[in-house]
Design a protein around this ligand. Structure first.
Ligand code: MG
Length: 379
């Protein structure tokens, strides 16, 4: 079933200050209207924005982001703007249309889905919240009466309708309706109420923007990335430690600790993601207590810092660079060892290897290099 969204953004409301219509104000790095449009772009087949002709250049810039965005010039009233957008969609085969205020940038995907779903059984559907505060009548700064709030709702958008029904209703309506639900009801259609959302606020006053910024910050995905790189030279010996696994080898790796080059790169990736330096900062090589230390001490410490900062490991990826030993047969054991040390699922850990085609110090088998990437997300 084809769906469309109409974003009404032709108003000149400047109560929010700065002399600019509020839908064009910046919010979290883009305009309010860009947020409002973005909320629908993955959900519907068509998006039409109704703008004031003076804002055409700004609207065309939005089309660069969403090529499917259709632009129409709105009219003198909200209803005239909606009708212009509905006419733009005529003949496109749209069956459900959502009509949304351009100044409601924080509408949640769930609200949009609920409205669309309700249109399976109702001609119209719109989100709303029950009035919970007491209602007063006031005059000249004084309470002069109370009103019964029973059955009262605070209307939000998007207001959704069967396309043909709302187009016919708008064409026939004499004008002056507060919103599209009023137009639909005037035409005799049933409009269902779906659950609204307190965050779906209509930005009107300057203070609303601070609240919207605060809500947006809370929604941001908090992801941190770090990388690590380490090299250890071969020396005389008969085994090496790599990613927590002891491998028999013709040489050993030289180092202050057990020289587990893979685990060192991974540990540095974790510290790097936290912007907390590297192994050398936390375990100075000048300190004799770390001589010959097992590297899982470092890795465990880095994971403790991750937890202490309120993050968890999403995944990590370690690449070992050497001609020998062959890593393939030990990959599974290495992933299991790291998972055990880090207390994360094995599928969060990748260990892979490459040669350097016999080039450079790794190619000449003078040592082993390792690099690692770690992604942390807010726990
Ligand atoms: Mg090292």
């Amino acid at each position: 079933m084809k769906t469309a969204a109409i974003i009404v953004a032709a108003g000149r409301g400047t109560r929010a200050g700065a002399g600019l219509p509020k839908q064009w104000h910046p919010l979290g790095g883009r305009t309010v209207l860009a947020h409002s449009i973005g909320a629908f772009c993955d959900v519907v087949d068509h998006i039409v924005v109704a703008i004031h002709p003076d804002d055409r250049a700004r609207a065309l810039a939005l089309q660069d982001i969403w090529p499917k965005l259709q632009i129409v010039h709105g009219g003198d009233s909200r209803a005239a703007s909606v009708l212009a957008a509905l006419r733009e969609l005529e003949g496109c085969g749209v069956e459900k249309v959502l009509i949304h205020d351009g100044a409601r940038p924080l509408v949640a995907a769930q609200v949009i889905r609920d409205v669309l779903d309700a249109l399976d059984y109702a001609v119209g559907a719109a989100p709303a919240l029950p009035v919970t505060d007491a209602l007063w009548r006031g005059d000249q700064g004084q309470v002069v009466g109370t009103a019964d709030r029973t059955g009262l709702w605070r209307a939000q958008t998007p207001q959704g309708f069967r396309f043909d029904a709302i187009l016919a209703a708008h064409l026939a309506h004499p004008g002056g309706a507060a919103d599209d639900v009023e137009v639909a009801r005037w035409a005799g259609h049933m409009v269902a109420i779906v659950q609204g959302d307190e965050d779906n606020l209509k930005l009107t006053f300057a203070g609303d923007f601070a609240r919207a910024e605060h809500i947006l910050k809370g929604r941001e995905m908090d992801i941190r990335l770090g990388n690590g790189f380490d090299v250890h030279a071969f020396t005389q010996g008969d085994h090496i430690w790599l990613c927590g696994v002891r491998l028999p080898h013709s040489h050993a790796l030289l180092g202050h600790s057990d020289a587990d080059v893979g685990m060192h790169a991974l540990t540095d990736a974790l510290y790097g993601a936290l912007a907390e330096g590297d192994i050398g900062v936390h375990f100075p090589p000048s300190d004799p207590q770390w001589k010959g230390a097992e590297s899982h001490i470092f890795l465990r410490h880095a994971m403790e810092r991750v937890a202490a900062r309120g993050y968890r490991l999403a995944n990590c990826d370690v690449t070992l660079i050497c001609e020998r030993p062959k890593i393939g047969p030990h990959q599974a054991a290495m992933r299991a060892a790291l998972a055990q040390i880090m207390q994360v699922p094995v599928d969060a850990i990748s260990v892979k290897a490459t040669t350097s085609e016999k080039l450079g110090f790794t190619g000449r088998e003078e040592g082993i290099a390792a690099l690692a990437t770690a992604a942390l997300v807010k726990a």
